[in-house]
Design a protein around this ligand. Structure first.
Ligand code: ADP
Ligand code: MG
Length: 323
């Protein structure tokens, strides 16, 4: 049975002259790892703050496990563990001490707090460092301590804002694997935000691509690519074994061929309104040309990255302004 743990409906947040989050509707299910993905300034952190009841939406609603987060932020805080992008610890206290403090603040008795702290330190791979002062921790260690800190009150949901920021690649892999294991072992629902497409797709069951406050598509990477590039032409490349000019004319007269680019004497690129790869192959062979290669352009992670994360996106409206 699927159970909605986080329900966002028409969620909108406007600051003076910008709409940081624009009419966001989304369901996140129990046990799922959902990646809120988007370039800097997309509105990820603002969304998370509204989810936690830490900032009030301009309009729309947020429910976390059925609780209205805007009206009952304290109740939401009891079931959600939140790791902000810059987590604060007492630098001159040890990892264990910091965790015990958090546990006590959440109403866990002293003995049990220590027990839990030690179990969790082990869980996140910090058992050796538990007695060292947090001030000496690396960024990766701090994030793992942050994860233990978030888990100490046994939340049903954890929300991590840019958790891999500033960690080295090996540390990132370990950290993400840890989140995945925790979620699978304990049925935790995880919402994490990131502007690292490549990282997020490694562990998320689903991602939502968020640009300029708007959710453009959700799904796994293949589904995202499909939704985002649905209006793009199908691009088919043809490579002949030897130069031949006449082919262009033959192809021009084919139905569904919208544009032909000659790349060089023996290579052509076709923009088609439909996938006609096999028709093209048959035609070329039947007309007696020596076909060396026929490829269809695949839209995936790299295309998503280039279009939405680097230098903005020409196909979508720019940052929405308040009217
Ligand atoms: P992300 O976390 O995806 O990088 P944010 O949610 O932090 O994006 O920001 C989204 C937009 O809202 C940005 O344009 C940012 O400058 C703006 N913004 C965020 N917080 C505030 C604030 N407190 N006051 C005014 N503008 C803000
Ligand atoms: Mg942010």
């Amino acid at each position: 049975m699927t159970e909605v743990m986080i329900q966002l409906r028409g969620l909108t947040k406007k600051y003076e002259d910008i709409t940081a989050v624009d009419n966001l509707t989304l369901d996140i299910l129990r046990g799922e790892i959902f990646g809120l993905l988007g370039p800097n300034g997309a509105g990820k952190s603002t969304t998370i703050l509204m989810l936690l009841g830490l900032t009030e939406p301009t309009s729309g609603s947020v429910h976390v496990n059925g609780v209205d987060a805007t009206r009952y932020p304290i109740r939401v805080k009891q079931i959600v563990g939140y790791l902000p992008d810059d987590v604060g610890f007492y630098e001159d206290r040890t990892g264990v001490e910091n965790l015990v403090l958090t546990a006590q603040l959440n109403g866990v008795a002293q003995d049990e707090a220590l027990d839990r702290a030690q179990t969790l330190l082990k869980r996140v791979g910090l058992e050796q460092a538990g007695d060292k002062k947090v001030g000496t921790y690396s960024r990766g260690m701090r994030q793992r301590l942050g994860l233990a800190d978030v888990l100490i009150k046994n939340p049903d949901i954890i929300i991590l804002d840019e958790p891999t920021l500033g960690i080295d690649p090996e540390g990132v892999r370990e950290f993400l694997r840890l989140i995945r294991t925790l979620s699978r072992d304990e049925g935790l629902t995880v919402l994490l935000s990131s502007h690292h497409l490549h990282q997020v797709q490694q562990i998320c069951d689903r991602v939502g691509l968020f640009v300029s406050g708007r959710l453009l598509a959700t799904g796994n990477i293949d589904e995202l690519a499909k939704a985002l590039f649905e209006k793009d032409p199908i691009i088919i490349r043809i490579q002949l074994r030897s130069a031949d000019d006449r082919l262009q004319h033959v192809l021009e007269n084919m139905e569904d061929v919208h544009k032909i680019k000659k790349l060089d004497e023996s290579r052509f690129e076709l923009h088609c309104t439909r996938d006609i790869t096999s028709e093209i192959a048959r035609k070329i062979v039947r007309e007696g040309y020596d076909l060396q290669e026929l490829t269809k352009k695949h839209y995936g992670l790299d295309e998503i990255y280039h279009r939405y994360f680097e230098g903005g996106d020409r196909h979508e409206k720019p940052l929405s302004k308040v009217k």
